[in-house]
Write a protein that binds this ligand. Structure first.
Ligand SMILES: *[C@@H]1O[C@H](CO)[C@@H](O)[C@H](O)[C@H]1NC(C)=O
Ligand SMILES: *[C@@H]1O[C@H](CO)[C@@H](O)[C@H](O)[C@H]1NC(C)=O
Ligand SMILES: *[C@@H]1O[C@H](CO)[C@@H](O)[C@H](O)[C@H]1NC(C)=O
Ligand SMILES: *[C@@H]1O[C@H](CO)[C@@H](O)[C@H](O)[C@H]1NC(C)=O
Ligand SMILES: *[C@@H]1O[C@H](CO)[C@@H](O)[C@H](O)[C@H]1NC(C)=O
Ligand SMILES: *[C@@H]1O[C@H](CO)[C@@H](O)[C@H](O)[C@H]1NC(C)=O
Ligand SMILES: *[C@@H]1O[C@H](CO)[C@@H](O)[C@H](O)[C@H]1NC(C)=O
Length: 491
């Protein structure tokens, strides 16, 4: 067994235990299960490259969208408090012959004309951007404990942008395919090529956004999708000799960037946060990563680590677990700043209601299975996932696309230690050195900028889903990213 493969074994061992013991959230479980699949030697790990010149035939993939925007307008979601902004939801066909259609949910800003367009993607692979992004992170509403009403998120990102949530790839959430074998043939490449077709058609449906400044955000495994989509957009713009999509910046949080550094950084985080002993960390480092690779010793050390991590929510090491996810007759009074640990259960109940799906214009074809926050068939059969996306981040920077990487500093799934190592692996020169940034008069996190246009910012006290745990800091972060201004602090 090569050293490379062993890295994935580590993940598999670690997460298989975690899954068995966790009451927690699926997005981080899925990431772990996924690394298990990545062990498979047949797995495509090459860099993602957009389709070659001759394959970009825009007239074949862009279809008329007249009248569809009006049809997609959402009057009101069941149990929704009154709001002044507009919402839309519906399907965009991305492959007619296979019958693949991606579901989107769009929350405009109140002053939509003055603000940019921001796409949000969740990871997995196979997890829903409605489940997490829209309903638990940056969307305008959160589900109540009765599973049928909503309350406002006062730190929603449509205060500073027009926010588009996309369930991708087909097979995730409400996005579907009529060719069931597609679910066994999806990977990074399919996801990204379908996403770009989605965007081109969506801009036909909402032509007022065609030349709007466009930004892409995402977390976790979307650390792959976001720079891959940027790469494909840059290529499409180049090949068509025009700005089809006015890409200005990308931002990824607690993101899978570079497998080698992501994995060792994870164990370093456990040791430095007193979750595993220094000895266990040194054993893992020695037997699993260095030249002393020894399978049995490595497995033994990882097993010790696993045993130390039972009954903790690894995506926020200080968060309570969901102990009772049962729905309640009346909604519990939500706390604006403390994230509800059982949100997944409430969102699942809400989005599986027929009246909710009708209001969202979702599931119009009576999909055979329930709405789930993450799709099992997709990630068990995932086809390609490069070991690093650093070359694509570099490409974005070289093309003048602003790149921000953020990290909630109490996440153990893709922790801040991993991200620091991944950025170090990019060999950039520091422009403005590490300093604190302020939010609401206290430290929101720390920030370092690099020559060439990269900004790295931590978010203090945030887990894997940063905006769930630190909504005010996350809103401050995204508004500075979008306006291209420095995070406030001493500089
Ligand atoms: C549509 O998807 C199928 C796979 O399901 C693929 O073979 C075909 O090339 C795709 N068509 C286009 C136009 O991308
Ligand atoms: C999928 O099949 C259903 C039922 O035949 C059809 O109504 C729908 O339009 C198809 N979807 C796409 C994207 O072609
Ligand atoms: C997809 O793969 C699963 C195994 O992971 C298999 O059971 C299933 O039959 C396959 N489905 C199709 C449509 O090929
Ligand atoms: C783009 O411009 C190049 C060079 O001017 C030209 O060769 C090419 O045909 C153009 N492509 C399109 C799609 O117009
Ligand atoms: C791995 O370590 C074990 C126990 O220390 C030892 O018996 C075995 O020979 C080692 N294997 C290799 C391949 O070095
Ligand atoms: C949740 O509901 C289940 C099934 O109705 C019940 O068995 C269980 O006791 C409930 N849990 C709590 C903590 O009330
Ligand atoms: C779609 O609707 C059908 C009922 O028509 C329901 O059984 C199924 O769970 C729904 N699926 C999704 C993904 O919403």
């Amino acid at each position: 067994m090569g050293k490379f493969t062993s890295y994935f074994l580590l993940f598999a061992l670690f997460f298989s235990n975690f899954i068995a013991s966790s009451l927690g959230k699926k997005q981080s479980e899925v990431l772990g299960k996924f690394y298990k699949a990545k062990q498979d030697s047949a797995f495509g790990k090459n860099y993602y490259k957009a389709a070659a010149v001759e394959n970009v035939e825009l007239d074949k993939v862009i279809h008329p969208q007249e009248g569809l925007k009006e049809k997609d307008w959402i009057n009101k979601l069941p149990g929704q408090p009154p709001v002044k902004f507009q919402q839309y939801g519906g399907y965009v066909t991305v492959n007619q012959s296979a019958g693949r259609a991606l579901y989107y949910y769009f929350t405009e800003a109140e002053n939509s004309n003055a603000l940019p367009l921001l796409l949000w993607l969740n990871g997995g692979p196979g997890c829903s951007s409605i489940a997490y992004g829209a309903m638990e992170e940056v969307g305008p509403f959160r589900a109540n404990s009765d599973g049928q009403t909503l309350h406002r998120n006062h730190y929603a990102w449509n205060l500073v942008a027009n926010v588009l949530f996309l369930e991708c790839p087909a097979g995730v959430g409400f996005s579907y395919t009529n060719t069931s074998s597609d679910l066994n043939k999806t990977g990074d490449s399919r996801t990204v090529s379908d996403n770009v077709v989605f965007l081109l058609n969506w801009l036909e449906r909402f032509p007022e956004y065609k030349n709007r400044d466009f930004y892409i955000s995402g977390e976790s495994y979307a650390g792959h999708y976001v720079p891959q989509l940027a790469h494909t957009i840059l290529q499409h713009n180049k090949l068509s000799n025009k700005t089809l999509i006015n890409l200005k910046g990308i931002i990824i949080g607690n993101a899978v960037i570079n497998d080698d550094t992501d994995i060792i950084g994870m164990y370093e985080y456990y040791a430095s946060h007193a979750l595993i002993s220094d000895e266990t960390f040194l054993d893992i480092k020695k037997y699993c990563f260095d030249n002393h690779y020894n399978k049995s010793n490595c497995n033994e050390a990882v097993a010790v680590s696993n045993n130390n991590l039972n009954h903790i929510s690894i995506y926020n090491i200080y968060s309570p677990l969901c102990k009772d996810g049962n729905l309640t007759k009346y909604p519990k009074v939500p706390s604006p700043l403390v994230f509800e640990a059982c949100s997944d259960q409430y969102v699942h109940a809400y989005l599986n209601r027929r009246d909710v799906q009708d209001a969202l214009h979702a599931n119009v074809t009576n999909i055979k299975y329930d709405w789930e926050s993450c799709s099992d068939p997709l990630f068990y059969n995932w086809k390609d996932s490069p070991a690093t996306i650093i070359p694509l981040l570099t490409e974005s920077l070289e093309n003048g696309v602003q790149v921000w990487i953020f990290s909630g500093d109490i996440d153990g799934a893709v922790p801040v230690t991993s991200t620091k190592k991944s950025i170090k692996a990019m060999n950039l020169i520091v422009d403005q050195p590490w300093r604190s940034w302020l939010s609401g008069g206290e430290i929101g996190g720390y920030v370092e900028t690099y020559k060439g246009g990269l900004t790295f910012a931590t978010v203090r006290g945030a887990g894997h889903e940063v905006p769930s745990y630190q909504p005010a800091r996350a809103l401050s972060l995204i508004s500075h990213f979008l306006s291209g201004t420095l995070l406030p602090g001493n500089h």
